[in-house]
Design a protein around this ligand. Structure first.
Ligand SMILES: Cc1cc2nc3c(=O)[nH]c(=O)nc-3n(C[C@H](O)[C@H](O)[C@H](O)COP(=O)(O)OP(=O)(O)OC[C@H]3O[C@@H](n4cnc5c(N)ncnc54)[C@H](O)[C@@H]3O)c2cc1C
Length: 390
């Protein structure tokens, strides 16, 4: 019998986060990843470490409060990877969300964030509005500014894996999982690594396979119960316009919120725009940006920044959100992670936010502790600095 306590499947932000938290709690951890660290959704996000102002509209207050708390922790633990940026919300005559609603939302956001100085918002002075990155001025009534976090999702995920490894976790990548068999003493995972067949055993399995979670369930014997989910595609584009000085929170024609933000691409600061929300059908491996999504995002940019006429889309990418099936609009569906015991000893993570990965991972540890018993804790994740510099 192997002495591995936990096998984590998937090295996205949740898999690496759980590996770090489990190793910190004293458990022996093995991470199995089929492609690369952050190869899935964790490299396709909007790169925001935020409470999610827009989630206030669907009354997800506890998610916003928790995420703002995590944002503060990550700004402290990973100052080179997570940075506060100015966010601008322009309000035109035609904007649906009126100034009082924005002020109300931003006040609530500040309260949920603990009324710290960095959570306060302001109205941009009229003379300063004109200096805002060639933002369309016609019919512009007001601009509000608040702060939120931005990161590089790939670097953040790598830094979390780096921290997990420093605590003793092991990563095998790339591997191809062939089967997972439940036995009396735990699980046997059979996988191929460079055509070599390997079997490992562990007491607990964490399925952190992102949009592939239910596909992974199909490899498990005996059969497990999966939750019914929708995969919702979100596309981003990168254009060769000068990077804006902050992040613009814009209202699209269909009332959705779309961000225009500075982002480093190929070593240069460019402009990134996203995202869309489109129901995805098919295999998670096949996700790719749709032409109409690219056009939708590019048109939003051009309507708010009409001065930049000769800009081109230089890169596009799409990722998949995992949302529980429900009759509500995609926008209003809960974004918090669902932890589901697919069978005793096998915990599956559905959905969630990059921002909240650390608190989600701690919750996972709480759930699996009764199965593993208590070990001597090695560290606390809210005290472990994250960096790629070692
Ligand atoms: C468009 C979009 C924008 C977003 N923007 C934000 C944002 O700005 N801020 C925020 O906080 N959150 C955001 N999110 C949410 C956030 O990105 C995700 O919740 C998070 O990245 C999911 O991480 P994960 O580890 O669960 O999944 P993933 O990152 O998808 O990781 C799953 C991993 O499992 C591996 N895997 C799959 N199957 C197997 C297998 N059989 N064997 C081995 N490995 C396997 C995959 O290769 C992958 O590396 C966004 C999501 C989307 C879709």
């Amino acid at each position: 019998m192997s002495d591995i306590d936990v096998i984590v499947i998937g090295a996205g932000i949740h898999g690496t986060g759980v590996a770090q938290a489990a190793s910190a709690a004293g458990y022996k951890v093995l991470v199995l990843e089929k492609n690369g660290i952050a190869a899935g959704t964790s490299s396709k996000s909007s790169k925001l470490v935020h409470g999610g102002l827009r989630y206030l509209e669907s009354a997800q207050f506890s998610l916003v409060r928790k995420s703002l708390k995590e944002r503060a922790i990550l700004c402290r633990l990973a100052p080179s990877l997570v940075k506060l940026r100015p966010f601008y919300i322009p309000i035109y005559k035609t904007t649906t969300r009126r100034p009082w609603q924005i002020r109300f939302g931003l006040s609530l956001y500040a309260v949920l964030g603990g009324l710290r100085k960095e959570n306060l918002f302001k109205r941009v002075r009229r003379e300063d509005i004109k200096k805002l990155d060639q933002l369309e001025q016609t019919n512009l009534q007001k601009v509000y500014q608040y702060n939120d976090g931005q990161t590089n999702d790939v670097k953040l995920t790598k830094a979390v894996m780096f921290s997990a490894k420093a605590l003793g976790a092991e990563l095998k990548c790339p591997v191809n999982i062939v089967s997972i068999v439940k036995g009396k003493m735990g699980f046997k995972v059979n996988y191929k690594e460079a055509d070599k067949e390997v079997s490992v055993q562990a007491k607990v399995i964490i399925n952190a396979a992102g949009p592939w979670v239910n596909e992974l369930h199909e490899l498990i014997n005996p059969k497990v119960n999966s939750l019914d989910v929708d995969l919702v595609q979100g596309t981003h584009i990168i254009i060769d316009a000068p990077a804006p000085s902050g992040i613009y929170y814009l209202e699209a024609e269909d009332n959705r919120a779309v961000f225009v933000m500075p982002y480093e691409f190929d070593g240069e600061l460019k402009t990134m725009i996203g995202t869309t929300e489109k129901l995805f059908q098919g295999k998670a491996d096949d996700v790719k940006p749709g032409e109409e999504e690219v056009e939708y995002l590019f048109n939003i940019y051009k309507s708010y920044f009409p001065e930049y006429k000769k800009v081109n889309v230089i890169h596009e990418f799409a990722g998949l959100r995992v949302l529980l099936k429900d009759n509500g609009t995609m926008f209003a569906r809960p974004r918090d992670t669902i932890l589901h015991w697919a069978m005793p000893g096998l915990l599956t993570l559905y959905g969630g936010k990059l921002t909240a990965y650390r608190s989600t991972s701690e919750l996972v540890i709480k759930k699996i502790k009764p199965l593993l018993g208590k070990k001597r804790r090695v560290a606390y994740t809210d005290q472990l600095y994250l960096s790629l510099d070692g």
